[in-house]
Design a protein around this ligand. Structure first.
Ligand SMILES: [Zn+2]
Length: 338
């Protein structure tokens, strides 16, 4: 029997709900389309007491998932993951592993400069992209000032990472980073996969946009959290990529900006281009080798510097827009004959 509390954001109704759940295994899994999928013959649960309390659960605990991650990755210790405030965030992988989030909230009562969503390991075989996020969580745990509101997802594709031979795709062989509902998905994504990638199984966009529980969860999480910036970590191109409004960063550490272009169904295309949320893609140079300690911290400090600059640019743009709106309102008031 496992007893623990979880925090889940009831995204469809945009109601933040803190839910304490007593879990007897095996139990329900909360699917992101609000359908409850049954995962075992026995089911006991804490009683539903009115909306918005919803039973949300995973087949695995945070602790056991941390154990699997630490077992897989030499550069993540069990103590980097267990007891570090990672929460189940209401989403599961195909195999029922929880998608974990660590929140670093803003100073109470103050609006953060920006809300930032950090995502590691959307491609399961890019080990360094997961390890780097654990290192950054360590830095944040020590130095988080509350200036920004961070939500950090260290392992976006736990099935891809934690299988015996890690793979880029999720457990159903879908490249999650091609599964987002960009407007061109239906016309372009399969055409691109067939013609440009020659049906490379590593680039399979899936049978339909958001066909996968991991991408469904992320799309809803973005809609709920409404981040000002998304930072997604990959490997092994050794560059920075950028999609969306505002000015792109020139460099983080030794990684320089090099625009790779957009793909149908990619996160950069979906969130950056179509939702106008700046998406910074950090491409580390190696999937299996971590950057040096100094490189990890200089990528981090350049990111934070850019976030500040980006936030002040956004504020300026917002105030210029406000001034323009005010001026237009004055003009239309003046010219109103009544
Ligand atoms: Zn990748």
């Amino acid at each position: 029997m496992n007893i623990f509390s979880i925090k889940h954001y009831f995204t469809r109704n945009r109601i933040a709900a803190s839910v304490a759940v007593i879990m007897y295994s095996p139990v329900f899994v909360f699917a992101s389309d609000l359908q409850l999928a049954f995962y075992g013959p026995e089911m006991k649960q804490s009683s539903f007491v009115g909306a918005p309390e919803v039973l949300v659960q995973s087949k695995y605990t945070i602790d056991s998932t941390c154990a699997k991650i630490a077992n897989k990755l030499g550069s993540v210790r069990l103590s980097d993951c267990q007891g570090k405030g990672l929460d189940y965030a209401g989403g599961n992988s195909v195999n029922g592993l929880p998608i974990m989030v660590k929140e670093f909230p803003p100073v109470e009562g103050r609006k953060p400069l920006s809300k930032v969503l950090v995502i590691g390991g959307i491609h399961g075989d890019e080990y360094s992209s997961v390890s780097l996020v654990f290192k950054w969580m360590k830095i944040l745990s020590k130095h988080h000032s509350g200036m920004f509101h961070w939500k950090v997802v260290p392992v976006m594709n736990p099935d891809g990472l934690l299988r015996k031979k890690s793979q880029r795709m999720n457990d159903r062989g879908v490249d999650l980073n091609r599964n987002f509902p960009t407007p061109d998905w239906h016309t372009e994504s399969h055409k691109y996969w067939v013609q440009k990638t020659k049906r490379n199984p590593r680039r399979y966009p899936g049978p339909a946009p958001l066909s996968e529980p991991e991408s469904q969860w992320l799309a809803e999480y973005i809609a709920d959290f409404k981040p000002d910036v998304i930072v997604s970590i990959h490997a092994p191109f050794g560059i920075l990529d950028f999609d969306g409004p505002h000015s792109a960063p020139n460099k983080f550490g030794t990684l320089h900006l090099s625009l790779l272009g957009t793909y149908p169904g990619s996160l950069g295309n979906y969130a950056g281009k179509h939702q106008e949320i700046p998406v910074v893609t950090v491409e580390l140079p190696y999937a299996g080798i971590m950057p040096s300690r100094s490189e990890i911290s200089s990528i981090w400090s350049d990111l934070v510097r850019w976030l500040r600059k980006n936030a002040s640019e956004s504020l300026q743009q917002a105030s210029q827009k406000q001034q323009l709106d005010d001026r237009q309102a004055q003009v239309s008031n003046f010219s109103d004959p009544s």
